[in-house]
Design a binder for this molecule. Sequence first.
Ligand code: PMT
Length: 404
Amino acid sequence: MGNPAGEDLEEKTVVFGITGGIAAYKAPMIVRGLKRLSLDVHVVTTDSAGYFVTPLVLQTLSGRPVLTEMFSEVPGSSYEIDHIALADQADLFLVAPATADFLAKLAHGIADDLLSCSILATKAPVLVCPSMNVNMLSNPATRDNIETLKRRGFHVLEPASGELACGWEGAGRLPEPDRIVSEVKMLLSRHDLSGINILITSGPTCEDIDPVRYITNRSTGKMGGAIVEAACLRGARVTVISGPVGIDYAPWATLIDARSAGEMLDAVRENLAGCDVLIMAAAVADYTPQMYSQNKIKKGEKMTHLELDSTPDILSTIRPLKESRIFVGFAAETDNLKTYAQDKMIRKGLDMIVANRVGEKGSGFASETNSGVVLSQEGVLYDFEHMAKETLAHKILDLVKDKL
Ligand code: PMT
C-alpha cells in the first residue's frame, strides 16, 4: 500500500525498539500496523522486553530476525557492525513502550545495549512512547528526562490516562497501536504543506425541532475527515469545524463542534482570520424550523406541518472576508453535475469546487469512495471515478497547493 501523501513508504525503514514494560504486549499489533504501511520493520528488544513478548511472534510478524545482542553474529550480516548498520538504515526509530529507565539512558547518552547504542548513533528522527506507573511518570527525574529529549528534537507521544497494569489509575498507558502507527506515518510523510493553515468544515448540521427531533442529512464526515487527515499528514495546521458525526478526526487537528448551520457559520467566522485555505466539505442543512419547542411535541398534538426558514449560506456570507484566501466548496448533485457546480462556484465566489455525485452507490454520502469532477474558474481540473476518499483528499490538496 502506498502512502496517500504520494510518497511510497515501501522504501522506508523503521527500527522498532521495545523495552521492558508490561505494555510491550501491544508490540505485535504495532508491528502489524507498520507492516500494513509496507514499511521495512527491524525489531530490536532490550533484555527485559523478552519477559513480556517473545521474539518468535515479533519475527513472524516483521519478517526479520529480532535483534537484542550488541555483539551477536547475525547470519548474513557478517562484517556489518549491528548498531551502526541499524542507525544508518533507519528512516525512523520508534521506541514503544519506553520505560523510565530507558528514557533516562537516552537523556544521558548511555549506550550499553544494542537499542540505546543505535539511537545514539543515528541521524534519523526518534519517536519515543513513554509508558509506566503514574508516579514514575510524574517523578521529576522522568519529567526532566522527557523534557531533555524533547529539547533535543526527539518526538514524544505522551502516554494516555486510564487504568494501569500496576493497579493505579492515571497517566502512563501506552497509546493504542493504531495511534502509534498513525504518528509514525505522519513523521514519515512529506510535509509539503507545512506552514499552511487550513480550515475544514465536515459532516452534517442538525436543525432542532424539539429536544427529541431534528432535521439533518446523510453526511458521515468521511470526506471531510479524509481531507483533515491528509492535510495533517502533509504538515498543515488544521482546524476542523464539524457537525455531529460518529468518526474520529485525525488527532493532530483542532476540533470545533458545531451543531446547526448558525453555529457552523459563527465558528467559520471566528476561525477565518488565521487561515490560508477554507475547504467547505460539510453538508450544511438548507432549512431550519422557524420555531424550536423547548418541550417535546406530543404525538397527540398532531404536528402535521413544519414551518421552515432558510439557513444562512455560510460561503456567501463570508465571501466579503475572503481576501487572498483560497476557498474550496463542494457540490452534492444527483444530475447536471458540472453545470450546477459551476453555477455554485461562481455564485459563492469560490476558487475551486469539488462536484460529487450523490444518490448512487460508491459516491457521495457515507461511502468509502467518491465520483465527480473538480472545477476551477479556468475549467475542469480533474475527473474522478469511484476513487477512495483518502486518495481524493490528497488530490484536492495537490490542486490547492498549485494555487498557493
Ligand atoms: O460526509 P460524507 O458521508 O463523506 O459525504 C460527503 C459529502 C457528500 C457530504 C461531501 O462530499 C459534500 O458534497 N459536501 C457538500 C454538501 C453540500 O452541502 O453541498 P451543496 O451543493 O448543498 O452546497 C454547496 C457548498 O455550499 C458546499 O461547500 C456547502 O458546504 C456550502 N454551503 C451549503 C449550504 C449552506 N447553508 N451554506 C454553505 O456554505
